[in-house]
Design a binder for this molecule. Structure first.
Ligand SMILES: [Cu+2]
Length: 453
């Protein structure tokens, strides 16, 4: 088994602490009240909408049994973790309706905000839209020694948009237009709640922001323009905190920020929003309607009680294992493109649409490469790679955003832009995928098979 060598490398010996202690997650259909007075049929994992938040320690076994009580195949992809290929949730490696399977592998990643969601070929968008997505939070000792806001001051926030229907349903029925741009909703949901109000103390909070939307890029900001500290991106803590007033987060991306409410008068509220922007890219004007770039309120923080005085952030947070871009031994190019109408073969990477039995990209384990990801289309595409974390070296269109200064697994590529990555696969050999994380684009074939050898 591919993890065998890695098991011995675990420094804590905690590996067997959870042996025999598999967590069973049942995927099923359920009824919830999302909008007041309306009953909505949703999909749940672990009897929870959104799916249950899982917390694991670095070097522990992730040990999950998936019981599929849906009427369709599903699976789980552990987004951001370099799981062995047989546990990674490849689009063709699904659990049939009524079936059951185990996911069992060592978590080698540093503390950070990861997530999990289904990845069955052609069904990912529909299943995530109806509720299957949850946080997977990895903790470790180095992070806990930093004294970051914790416990009730550590808030995982799943940011999503949904289309408000008169009957309150979350039926997944994309129009041809949705298939082109991805399905964009007019309602902002945080942890499955529309117009969510969070009662907070006058103190500092660690917000773990995850854009779990199917297609909406979010320009996350507080409505009063308050500054916050960005402390982590997709793959864990940055080396140091970086101040910011907004962050672009594409579907699949995470960022952790520390925000200070201690100066607020009790009773004051501030909204977290996705601010308006042009889908052509930053600095290109504002979006209109409910389309890509529309203004979308997400949640209201209501400062309702006194809290402990915030502690200053440590000068150094972590030592992310960054790659030296000069050490790449090869350069590869990935060109993302799409054409009208959005039928078969319309969404491509290097001219190819996903074919289950064709291996498109072969990389050598342990060999560092430079990847140039080019977006020739008029829509933004989040480029996501399974099986490793990479590093953003440069963007042709703009400077790196704060949360792009650490390790990442998903990067936003704006129309006309080229993004350069430093990448190396180190853990496991086998079959993975890389794809656009606009879920409508992914399901329409904007995905390639990737073999690590
Ligand atoms: Cu795309």
């Amino acid at each position: 088994m591919a993890t065998a060598g890695a098991l011995a490398a675990g420094p804590t010996g905690r590996l067997f602490a959870q042996a025999g202690g598999a967590t069973t997650l049942v995927a099923s259909s359920s009824q919830r009240e999302i909008w007041p007075g309306q009953v909505t049929t949703v999909l749940t994992l672990g009897d929870s909408f959104p799916s249950r938040t899982l917390r694991v320690r670095r070097w522990d076994l992730l040990d999950v049994e998936l019981q599929n009580d849906l009427r369709e195949p599903t699976n789980i992809h552990w987004h951001g973790l370099a799981a062995p290929p047989e546990d990674d949730g490849h689009p063709m490696d699904v659990v049939p309706a009524g079936g059951r399977r185990a996911y069992r592998f060592l978590v080698e990643e540093p503390a950070g905000t990861y997530w999990y969601h289904p990845h069955p070929d052609g069904r990912t968008a529909s299943q995530v839209y109806r509720g299957l997505a949850g946080f997977l939070i990895v903790e470790d000792e180095a992070e806990q020694a930093l004294g970051l806001p914790s416990g009730e001051f550590d808030l995982p926030l799943l940011l999503q948009d949904r289309r408000r229907r008169a009957d309150g349903s979350l039926t997944y029925a994309p129009t041809p237009m949705d298939l082109m741009s991805g399905l964009l909703g007019d309602a902002g949901l945080v942890n499955g709640v529309p117009q969510s109000v969070l009662d907070v103390a006058a103190s500092a909070y660690r917000l773990r922001l995850l854009n779990g939307s199917n297609a909406r890029v979010m320009r996350v900001a507080f409505e009063d323009g308050r500054r916050f500290d960005v402390i982590a991106g997709d793959g864990g803590l940055l080396d140091q905190a970086i101040g910011a007033t907004e962050l672009w987060l594409a579907p699949g991306e995470r960022a952790e920020v520390v925000v200070d409410f201690s100066a607020a008068t009790l009773g004051r509220s501030v909204r977290l929003v996705s601010a308006a922007f042009s889908s052509a890219g930053p600095g290109m004007g504002m979006g209109g309607g409910a389309g890509q770039g529309a203004f979308l309120p997400l949640a209201t923080f209501r400062v309702s009680r006194p809290g402990p005085a915030p502690r200053p952030l440590p000068a150094r947070l972590a030592m992310p294992a960054l790659l030296d871009p000069a050490r790449a031994s090869a350069t590869r190019r990935f060109v993302m493109d799409m054409r009208m109408p959005p039928g078969a073969g319309a969404f491509t990477i290097n001219g190819l649409s996903f074919e289950p039995d064709r291996v498109d990209v072969k990389v050598e384990r342990g060999v560092q490469e430079t990847w140039e990801v080019v977006n020739l289309s008029g829509e933004p595409h989040p480029f996501h790679v399974h099986g490793t974390q990479f590093q953003v070296v440069r963007r042709s269109g703009q400077a790196l955003m704060p949360h792009e200064r650490g390790l990442k697994d998903t990067v936003l590529v704006w129309p006309g832009e080229t993004v350069e990555l430093a990448i190396r696969f180190e853990r496991h050999a086998g079959l993975y995928v890389l794809h656009c994380h606009n879920l409508e684009h992914e399901d329409a074939g904007m995905m390639l098979n990737l073999e690590v050898r």
